[in-house]
Design a protein around this ligand. Structure first.
Ligand code: ADP
Ligand code: MG
Length: 356
């Protein structure tokens, strides 16, 4: 169902996105590394799940953000190895990997117990499986959190991935990220100090729906649940929610359940408030000034000088360099964009909630 608010995993539940899905599948099948970027709630995880399901090899899905949270703000190499092992065991239970012993894996004649396996051992094992299954793809959702892997900002993992890139042809990687700039910084293809420097990769961007697509999406969703909704209400919904599929789904679902435009909008904003509050809390842990900056922009102080005055009035002195760095980070994390010298909040619901 189009208005199902959970992440989708089948092609028929995904509206539009034919092009993105085919590029993603092409990347998964042919490139050692594929990067899938886009702002929060635009549909990355859904597309990734669909692609992994349709992919003609063995796709393993890992949520780096969840591993980071479960590890109390860090991802230990042992936990990652164990997570991959568990996913493989789960697949084994469904018969994908019958005949392969994972409790004590035989690698090139050497028996290695899982506890002693390094991430390189795991990559070699996966590549071995890839030789039998066509290809294995390890997909990290919200991969910018992998910078909390190990003690060196994720460099050890990147070194492993670089080794796989050069030497393990039947193992591929997918990275997705809402914090696009942070993800690019982490992967570091353009950074000569990164282990992955200079490697070729496929990049697929998922953008918010264009106006017409958003309206068509709502119409298709309402038709699917047998509800007649006036065109004028569909247009008003898109005015308020823009083309962000996550919010459009939330609105459609709430309209279907409540039968009223006003109630559906209220519930969508309420739901957004809960989600965005959590994201803001996480942001404030990085720096309490982020929330002040976002609030300044939301209330219309969109120029650098005005933002600075507001932040200093509310939070005390800040150097120019520091404010610039924080603004740059907000861009990298997908909260704001800069257009002809002015800053804008990207997500209209984030703006609305910050204002209230
Ligand atoms: P992201 O991973 O980019 O944050 P998700 O894949 O979690 O986004 O999508 C957010 C919500 O929007 C999901 O719960 C899903 O139901 C819905 N969604 C996203 N893209 C589409 C689409 N193309 N068609 C239908 N629903 C979608
Ligand atoms: Mg996601």
């Amino acid at each position: 169902m189009l208005f199902d608010p959970r992440p989708k995993s089948k092609r028929e539940e995904i509206f539009d996105r034919e092009k993105e899905l085919n590029s993603l599948l092409g990347g998964i099948e042919e490139y050692p590394i594929t990067v899938l970027i886009g702002i929060r709630r635009v549909g990355k995880s859904s597309l990734l799940r669909v692609a992994l399901n349709e992919f003609n090899g063995l796709g393993l899905y890992l949520d780096a953000r969840r591993l980071y949270a479960a590890g109390g703000g860090a991802i230990s190499p042992a936990v990652l190895v164990d997570e991959i092992r568990k996913i493989l065991l789960g697949k084994g239970r469904f018969g994908f990997l019958s005949g392969i012993k994972l409790e004590s894996v035989n690698l090139a004649g050497v028996k290695i117990a899982p506890k002693e396996m390094t991430i390189i051992d795991v990559f070699e094992l996966l590549n071995g499986l890839g030789e039998r299954f066509g290809r294995v793809v390890l997909a990290f959702d919200e991969a910018q959190y992998l910078r909390f892997y190990g003690p060196r900002g994720g460099k050890d993992l990147l070194a492993g991935i670089a080794y796989a890139y050069d030497s393990l042809p039947d193992l591929g990687f997918v990275f997705t990220g809402s914090e696009v700039g942070l993800l690019h910084d982490f992967i570091g293809i353009d950074d000569y100090s990164s282990p992955l420097f200079g490697r070729v990769y496929e990049e697929v961007e998922v953008r918010p729906f264009q106006r017409g697509v958003s309206e068509a999406f709502l119409r298709a969703g309402f038709e699917e649940v047998g509800l007649k909704v006036p065109d004028e209400e569909i247009k008003r919904a898109v005015d308020g929610l823009d083309g962000i599929p996550g919010w459009l789904v939330e609105f459609g679902f709430n309209y279907w359940k409540s039968g009223s435009f006003e109630r559906a909008m209220e519930r969508t904003v309420e739901r957004a408030r809960v989600m965005i509050r959590e994201e803001l809390l996480e942001l404030e842990k990085r720096s309490p000034r982020y929330a002040l900056i976002l609030r300044a922009i939301a209330i219309g102080l969109t120029r650098w000088r005005d933002i600075k005055d507001y932040v200093e009035a509310k939070g005390g002195p800040i150097t120019n360099a520091r404010l610039s760095a924080l603004l740059k980070n907000l861009e990298k994390m997908g909260w704001v964009r800069k257009e002809s010298g002015e800053y804008r909040i990207i997500d209209p619901l984030v703006e609305k909630i910050l204002k209230s």
